[in-house]
Design a protein around this ligand. Sequence first.
Ligand SMILES: Cc1cc2nc3c(=O)[nH]c(=O)nc-3n(C[C@H](O)[C@H](O)[C@H](O)COP(=O)(O)OP(=O)(O)OC[C@H]3O[C@@H](n4cnc5c(N)ncnc54)[C@H](O)[C@@H]3O)c2cc1C
Length: 448
Amino acid sequence: MGPIDSIGPIDLLVAGGGAAGLAAAWAAAEGGLRVAVADRLPRFGTRLRATGGGRCNVGNTAPLPDFARAFGAAERFVKPALAAFWRDRGGVEGWLSPLGIQCRADDGFHLFPVHIGADELCERLIRRLRQFRVTLLPDRPVASVVQNERGFGVVFDTGFPASGSAHALEARSVLIACGGRARPDLGGSDAAARLARPLGHAVTWMGPALCGLRVAEEWCLSLTGISLPLVRAWLEKPPDSEAPSASQDVSRPQTKPPPPAPLSFTHTGLSGPAALNLAGEANRRMALGEAVDLRANFTPSLGPNEWRARLREERRRDGARTALSIARQSLPLALARALIEQAGCADVPLARMTRREVESLSDVITRCRFRIAGTGRWDQAMAAKGGIDLGGVDPKTMRSRLVPGLYFAGEALDVDGPCGGYNLTWAFASGALAGSHCAAMPNRAGVF
Ligand SMILES: Cc1cc2nc3c(=O)[nH]c(=O)nc-3n(C[C@H](O)[C@H](O)[C@H](O)COP(=O)(O)OP(=O)(O)OC[C@H]3O[C@@H](n4cnc5c(N)ncnc54)[C@H](O)[C@@H]3O)c2cc1C
């Protein structure tokens, strides 16, 4: 790569060469734009390469409405980009097929590339960009983006420009695709917020998401290592709140609990998708000073009423059986024991269980309460809660409503989905939409 001021005029500068930035660069270059992508790390797609344990869970088989709903409060915002991705590119599978990548959902839900891993997927994307003569600028952290009469001046950190203009590079349009703060070792930073704020964009509260939960209940620490394949977990509405403050997420569990997912007990609390998916929202509420409780139904196909009926029926059939012998049919033995203890029931024959004990055990198994004491940190999180405020961005194009020629995509925005390929599909879809819209603009400056 020659000196940066020898690059020549650029139509679109993409800040961030991750999932969203690479998708955007591809779409924009395909549309005929002269594109440059700058990343702060020496390698493009560092986080993308680490996804899905190196296998890259690129998406899932949920139909579009369900897929969009998984983004909670951002559902309406993500819908147009996802709909365009499904309609124009055949979803993530269709989008990857020109790269010679096929996907398969071996478990019927999670889509992974067949035969190749995340690293190779990333290399194929980069190869595609090279075919389109996209200028790749590794090791170039974008420090600021300033509007000027020709579009934008883009300043890079350290050492650039060597000479010439006050800005390292001029571009008619800029896409901010710097991701969020999760995993700084994989490129995570607050750069999106730092670049967007001076241009007038608001940024919502940001905190780690998709990370483990620390819980206050010491009894559950003895269960470390136990994993359950399907648990329904949700955050309880604050008891003293009449109208929960911010996102719809706060009240969502009351009306529509999230689907069951794997849960595991760790030496500090809870992990696995059922817990990880709640971490961002738990963090947000704790930052508001709320006490946050998680409830778990360890037998999601049975509610408290079903458990009551089951215990009564078993008592009728064989009153000499114990609660433990029933509970362990549905739960690992150690968990069954712990829940019986938490319910305040002695492991007595069913015939001797009081009505209150039956109620209490049914409740503990299906609505077990954990007080969240904290979550994983940024260096342990897989995603960020919060980001560029969605009010300033047009969801049909990903362009700024405030600054002509400015675009956003991916996790830089206040959008975060649960585990299961939602976030990568969002990054690809929003990037592809931003890139193709930028290319479709008549003067290619993205003017309103
Ligand atoms: C370990 C791990 C596993 C994951 N697994 C999955 C999975 O299997 N499926 C799934 O859907 N999601 C997964 N995710 C989440 C997923 O990786 C992200 O949601 C997705 O990568 C977001 O894409 P993005 O392009 O917005 O951000 P990123 O992929 O983070 O890309 C942003 C890029 O911007 C660069 N950057 C930052 N600051 C600057 C700057 N100042 N100038 C220039 N460049 C900058 C960064 O170096 C980075 O390359 C995982 C995350 C982690 C951490």
